[in-house]
Design a protein around this ligand. Structure first.
Ligand SMILES: [Zn+2]
Length: 233
């Protein structure tokens, strides 16, 4: 096995290492994105509850205004009745209106009370959800920080591996490096051993002549089927 093959194998190992590190970094980054999504979802869920409470409160205020308005109307009708300068028929109609409005007010007041109960319950839900969210967010932030540290550590390793790769590549002749790089576009293992007359890359038998050349010469020998660079230990 020539010294050039040794260096190509070293290069191949470094390339694998770089690939694995890059895959690991990508994996950690995806986890980080998922964490951020969870943070948004959980915050949005509490925001929805908060919005629901505000809506109920707004509805409650509107109901009170409606009751006040009906009350004002009843007073106006009552005043007309008390002043008594209208016909009997009109008085009958006014009394009926007052009775209807009172019934309506009673119903609305019942509804307003039920609404108040609902608001109290929702507010309790909200403050529980807010408390839970605070804890969850702290947890998620801590997880994110730990991921950030792991990513930084992997990135440092990758930078180191890339430097090391560049040092190895500088020791290989440009034409051979070019052939290796071309093969690497198709294979993760451009340099493979021949075992029992078989290229361990494509698993096909190579010619006896190829085996001989790989064994006895210093030249770079390639597989006649897949073009990978071959060696024999
Ligand atoms: Zn092959």
């Amino acid at each position: 096995m020539t010294g050039e093959i040794e260096r190509l194998l070293e290069l191949q190992d470094k390339d694998r290492e770089c690939e694995e590190l890059a895959a690991q970094i990508a994996h950690l980054n995806r986890q980080r994105v998922r964490l951020a999504e969870r943070r948004e979802q959980e915050t949005a869920r509490v925001e929805e509850t908060r919005h629901a409470v505000h809506e109920l409160e707004r509805e409650s205020r509107q109901r009170n205004l409606d009751v006040d308005e009906l009350d004002t109307q009843i007073h106006a009708y009552q005043k007309q009745l008390d002043e008594g300068i209208i016909s009997f028929k009109e008085m009958e109609s006014l009394r009926e209106k007052i009775a209807n409005q009172r019934a309506r007010i009673n119903q609305m007041e019942d509804e307003a009370l039920a609404l108040m109960d609902k608001i109290i319950a929702e507010k309790e839900n909200l403050s529980r959800a807010e408390e839970d969210l605070k804890g969850r967010l702290e947890e998620l932030v801590a997880q994110d920080q730990s991921l950030g540290q792991r990513i930084a550590a992997e990135e440092a390793k990758l930078a180191e591996a890339k430097e090391s790769r560049a040092r190895i590549a500088a020791l290989i002749s440009p034409s051979l490096l070019g052939r290796y790089e071309n093969l690497r576009r198709s294979f993760t293992d451009p340099v493979v051993p021949i075992k029992n007359g078989i290229c361990t890359g494509c698993k096909l038998r190579v010619s006896g002549h190829t085996v001989e050349r790989a064994r006895n010469t210093d030249e770079i020998v390639t597989c006649e089927n897949c073009s990978r660079i071959l060696y024999i230990r």
